[in-house]
Write a protein that binds this ligand. Structure first.
Ligand SMILES: [Zn+2]
Length: 93
């Protein structure tokens, strides 16, 4: 059971390559495609659509965006409440 460093896929059968670095870390690549993308082409796995890291980063981005939108909505609701009660807030245009 090894997890690919680049795409994040776990494989049971013996395929791919293990790369041992001088500092002791072991990188496992499930395929030559992953190895080339990481080492030769030096691509960022968060920007490649078929990797696990891409989906994680995308989910994070989406949740952040949702939180931001909700905050803006809450602020707008507060402002409309203030105007309903008759308290006029000084608006500068
Ligand atoms: Zn892989």
């Amino acid at each position: 059971m090894a997890k690919c460093v680049f795409c994040g896929r776990e494989q049971d059968d013996y395929k791919g390559t293990f790369l041992m670095k001088n500092d002791g870390t072991i990188n496992y690549y499930c395929s030559n495609k992953c190895q080339k993308n990481h080492l030769k082409l030096k691509r960022d796995r968060r920007k490649i659509k078929w990797t696990e890291a891409f989906y994680k980063a995308r989910d994070k981005r989406i949740t952040k965006e949702r939180e931001r939108v909700e905050k803006v909505r809450a602020k707008k609701a507060e402002r409309s409440k203030d105007s309903d009660t008759g308290q006029k807030s000084a608006k500068k245009f």
